[in-house]
Design a protein around this ligand. Structure first.
Ligand SMILES: *[C@@H]1O[C@H](CO)[C@@H](O)[C@H](O)[C@H]1NC(C)=O
Ligand SMILES: *[C@@H]1O[C@H](CO)[C@@H](O)[C@H](O)[C@H]1NC(C)=O
Ligand SMILES: *[C@@H]1O[C@H](CO)[C@@H](O)[C@H](O)[C@H]1NC(C)=O
Ligand SMILES: *[C@@H]1O[C@H](CO)[C@@H](O)[C@H](O)[C@H]1NC(C)=O
Ligand SMILES: *[C@@H]1O[C@H](CO)[C@@H](O)[C@H](O)[C@H]1NC(C)=O
Length: 509
């Protein structure tokens, strides 16, 4: 009896420990809340436990402050009326690859500014089983605008043989340790891809990291070799890459006065470089099976730019995927992605960069802004319903000023650290990402949804082959509760009340 009592107490204590830590909510008055993590506390989210038919799980986050609030509902056989969303698991589309963010210098600098226990909480929040389980990471090849200064891996005199190539101190201080920790914390595989911003100045037509500069033609082969040397450098640290892009935002050089370190490319020259240099160099290297993604630039230039880069079949054959950034999405329809898919059905499309910037004098950092979270999930839903296989955010972590960035290009991020206060803030953007990354694992397949909802409700659904489950993500942008009948003819109807300004994930098996 006594023994049993002890056993029971032990069991209760253990299951108590496994309960999620609640969000420590704080409202800075910007239309929403953050969750505060400090030395005593950080909110967690456990993996969903399977429920049996006719039950479903429902997780809600909203502007009013709910974060992954969990409930259980039941499908019924009642007739549905009013707003209806039909899930059709038999109609399948693309396979989802994943969700993540970028290991920039700024991200590492901000993580390093916290004490070790808090660093652990932050990295767990992104990667661990009790976090939102990111499974993709973008790694800059050298510096970006979110570094403390401009640099490449071979600065100084012209060095076409790359005799002086060396991975930078920044990699060892701010990227490699946190990438390794991310890999260690991830239950599923953290897949990495690398993008270069600028080449060394001596490779550029303008002799500068930024501004109107292309790659000098005599440096084409050297620039391809540079990618392999980067992959070698990381392989020496036991970090292996799933993919590379052909370079970050080649069109940026056309923006007058831009200060972002960039290699400019026009379509003809990029095509030539891929077919004569990058393609053959990578495919005959140790990294022959790495995924090569072209574009890594705005949706605005699709599909025309990629059409012309890949005009020559030899160039096209080297390319596996098309990487897209979000900065022109507010005036560029998502159908551009579907057009691109239709032109290159065998090549995947993936979103590789997004962030909220200063807008109408607001920002760069707007603590707690629900609207900014909504912009993320709205874009994700558009991308995945137009063939996108994943969505990767920009800086995972920034400081309260939205940096550091040596060109003052301060922006917002899903996690903001307050080093002096010994805390960090998980913004609504973090939870909007989490409503996908936590519940839509690799592999999952996007399935059809048919909606006649009147009002601003956006939806996407996925099938998980691993456990034959269905995941539905619903964004309600309305300022009012929206009643929905969610219909899956194999299960019945789920009557939902989507709370005002909310994002909801439904799971059933
Ligand atoms: C949506 O479709 C259902 C089923 O056909 C119907 O009952 C309902 O009235 C429709 N709702 C709207 C808003 O059109
Ligand atoms: C790209 O640049 C090259 C070299 O400057 C030039 O010859 C070519 O016409 C350009 N192509 C396009 C499409 O602008
Ligand atoms: C395509 O590229 C290959 C390899 O560089 C070249 O031999 C071929 O002539 C090119 N084709 C066209 C149509 O330009
Ligand atoms: C960035 O801002 C600081 C402080 O306002 C200023 O001193 C510096 O010149 C700016 N740098 C650039 C590249 O604009
Ligand atoms: C950061 O911490 C400092 C010191 O505790 C505090 O004064 C400041 O208000 C905090 N910043 C935010 C955004 O809460």
């Amino acid at each position: 009896m006594l023994k049993l009592y002890f056993l029971l107490t032990f069991f209760v204590a253990v299951s108590y420990c496994q309960d999620d830590q609640e969000c420590l909510s704080r409202d800075y008055g910007y239309g929403g809340t953050v969750c505060v993590c400090n030395s005593d506390h950080c909110d967690t989210i456990a993996r969903p436990d399977k429920v049996d038919q006719p039950q479903y799980l429902i997780y809600t986050s909203n502007k009013a402050g709910l974060r992954f609030h969990k409930d259980v509902g039941e499908f019924t056989t009642s007739d549905s009326s009013g707003n209806q969303i039909v899930i059709n698991p038999d109609q399948q589309y693309q396979e989802i690859f994943g969700w993540g963010g970028a290991f920039t210098d700024a991200t590492g600098i901000n993580i390093a500014s916290l004490d070790e226990a808090l660093q652990e909480k932050l990295l767990r929040s992104y990667f661990a089983e009790d976090g939102i389980e990111y499974n993709v990471g973008r790694v800059p090849i050298g510096g970006t605008d979110f570094s403390t200064h401009g640099y490449s891996y071979d600065d100084g005199e012209e060095d076409l043989e790359l005799a002086n190539f060396a991975i930078a101190d920044e990699d060892f201080q701010y990227k490699i340790p946190y990438i390794k920790k991310g890999i260690e914390l991830s239950e599923s595989k953290l897949e990495l891809f690398a993008s270069a911003w600028t080449a060394p100045k001596w490779m550029k037509t303008n002799g500068e990291y930024a501004g109107f500069g292309y790659l000098k033609e005599e440096a084409y082969q050297t620039w391809a070799d540079y990618f392999v040397k980067f992959l070698d450098g990381y392989q020496d640290e036991d970090i292996h890459f799933w993919g590379i892009t052909t370079g970050n935002e080649p069109h940026t050089i056309l923006v007058p006065g831009n200060k972002i370190n960039t290699v400019g490319w026009n379509a003809t020259e990029l095509g030539k470089w891929i077919q004569n240099n990058l393609g053959p160099t990578i495919r005959t290297s140790d990294y022959w099976d790495i995924q090569i993604m072209v574009h890594d630039d705005q949706r605005l230039f699709l599909p025309a730019f990629v059409d012309s880069v890949l005009e020559n079949q030899t160039a096209a054959d080297y390319i596996d995927g098309i990487a897209v950034h979000w900065y022109t999405d507010f005036f560029t329809p998502p159908s551009y992605l579907t057009d691109t898919h239709d032109h290159f059905p065998s090549k995947f499309i993936i979103s590789t960069e997004a962030c909220n910037e200063v807008e109408a004098g607001i920002g760069p950092v707007v603590l707690g802004s629900w609207d900014r979270g909504e912009l993320y999930s709205k874009d994700i839903l558009e991308v995945v319903t137009n063939w996108g296989v994943g969505w990767v955010d920009w800086n995972m972590v920034l400081d309260e000023a939205g940096g550091p960035t040596y060109i003052n290009n301060t922006v917002d991020a899903p996690i903001i650290v307050n080093a002096t206060g010994g805390e960090f803030y998980k913004q609504p953007m973090f939870y909007h990402m989490g409503h996908f990354s936590k519940f839509v694992p690799r592999p999952a397949v996007r399935v059809e949804t048919v909606t006649n909802v009147t009002g601003d409700v956006v939806v996407a659904a996925f099938h998980k082959p691993s456990d034959d489950g269905i995941v539905v993500v619903l964004l309600n942008k309305e300022e009012s509760v929206v009643p929905i009948s969610l219909v899956d003819e194999t299960r019945g109807t789920a009557q939902l009340e989507l709370s005002e300004k909310s994002i909801t994930t439904i799971l059933y098996w």
